[in-house]
Ligand binder design. Structure first.
Ligand code: PMP
Ligand code: GLN
Length: 382
């Protein structure tokens, strides 16, 4: 039997986290916090489990949670969404992305992705029978080159996938980018999948720009979000997808046979916490900006060049002054020899032009960030 995904191995996140554990290295590779979720949220889950909220939820998600999501979308992004017809709770953004693609990409369709692109997009497109058309982000700014997008469009282009704030680059799309996307999407009748899992992690006073804020884009977009990022519960694997009613109907057709539902007590605990702490997401930008600045500040005097991080909890380091090794080799070497794990970004490219960036996750305790920075500061040219 041959594989339906012949080019796919174990993900780099699983690989690097396992290597870090095996070598007792500081793990700044896979993107998850090394500190716990807010206590009232964990207590809410324990309470919901003990109170017996342990059976199937409604397929689209418990209404209490969908109402809280609608309240938060209005509060933080200024958009009104209908919890009944536009919001679907899914078991993680990865599942939301998969369902959105399976629901709308037909065999032979082309989907534009921007490299470096998050690892789940292309396998999902392939399983739907579509084909990913890769466009690299610009080498230094990690921005979209819209002229390249225009020349990549074909009669078969069905969808464009964007991710802002961007994993792994930490760049964000501007209002000009979204206006250009809206113009092209309307002109060529394209769908958009907007991966906004880092919606609250935007720094230096900037605000997240959601495609939901543009009526043109909103009418043709699936937008995926993750509670894992916002509430530091990546292991709870719960997120949601917002789409207009017609697209939501298509999404749910797939969702109900992928997982049918997301986990009930988790949904209820999230709803309880969101109700009692509506401003919690607004605290995240300062919290993570402090961590970014601590890590970057502690790298002063090192040989690394830091790419500006406008959002996400990832910092890219350009290591050209330290090593000429390929990033895939170097990140393993540093894990085993220096006790520090990171993620190579060349693996997120179809044709990697850059072999000299490593990604470090700064969703870690301050002392861990300082230890990691000390290891990096002591590195000399190899
Ligand atoms: N998209 C991006 C860009 C991500 O970084 C992640 C996860 N880390 C996801 C999607 C998936 O989120 P989830 O864990 O909720 O499936
Ligand atoms: N999104 C997380 C990261 O970028 C990892 C998620 C996963 O392991 N699939 O590190």
């Amino acid at each position: 039997m041959h594989s339906k995904l012949p080019d796919v191995g174990t993900t780099i996140f699983t690989h690097m986290s396992a290597l870090a554990t095996r070598h007792k290295a500081l793990n700044l590779s896979q993107g998850f916090p090394d500190f716990d979720a807010p206590l009232p949220l964990r207590e809410a889950l324990a309470r919901r489990v003990m109170e017996g909220d342990n059976q199937y939820a409604p397929m689209a998600g418990v209404m209490l949670l969908r109402e809280q999501i609608a309240i938060q979308l209005a509060r933080h992004h200024g958009v009104q969404c209908n919890p009944d017809s536009e919001i679907t709770v899914v078991p993680g953004a990865t599942a939301g992305i998969f369902c959105a693609i399976m629901a709308s990409v037909h065999p032979g369709d082309e989907v534009i992705v921007f490299d470096p692109s998050y690892d789940s997009y292309e396998p999902s497109i392939n399983l739907a029978g579509g084909r990913a058309v890769h466009i690299p982000l610009t080498p230094d700014q990690f921005a979209i080159d819209w002229e390249r997008v225009v020349s990549a469009l074909s009669p078969r282009t069905r969808m464009i996938i964007i991710n802002s704030p961007h994993n792994p680059c930490g760049s964000t799309l501007s209002s000009t980018d979204l206006a250009e996307l809206a113009r092209l999407a309307e002109q060529h009748d394209l769908l958009v999948l907007s991966d906004e899992v880092y919606e609250h992690l935007v720094y230096d006073g900037a605000k997240h720009l959601s495609v939901l804020q543009s009526s043109i884009l909103r009418a043709r977009s699936f937008v995926t979000f993750s509670f894992g990022k916002t509430f530091s519960v990546t292991g709870w694997k719960t997120g949601y997808c917002v789409a207009p009613p017609a697209l939501t109907t298509l999404l749910r057709q797939v969702h109900q046979f992928v997982s049918f539902v997301a986990v009930t007590p988790v949904q209820l605990a999230l709803a309880d916490f969101m109700d009692s702490h509506p401003d919690y997401p607004s605290t995240l930008a300062d919290f993570y900006q402090h961590k970014r600045d601590l890590f970057c500040g502690a790298l002063k005097g090192s040989l690394f060049t830091l790419t500006p991080c406008a959002g996400t909890y990832f910092q890219l380091l350009d290591y050209r002054a330290v090593s000429e090794q390929a990033d895939t080799v170097l990140c393993e070497q540093w894990t085993t020899e220096h006790g520090l794990a990171s993620i190579p970004i060349s693996v997120f490219y179809q044709q990697p032009p850059l072999q000299h960036y490593l990604r470090f996750c700064f969703a870690k305790r301050d002392e861990v960030l300082l230890q990691a920075a000390e290891i990096l500061r002591n590195m000399t040219y190899e």
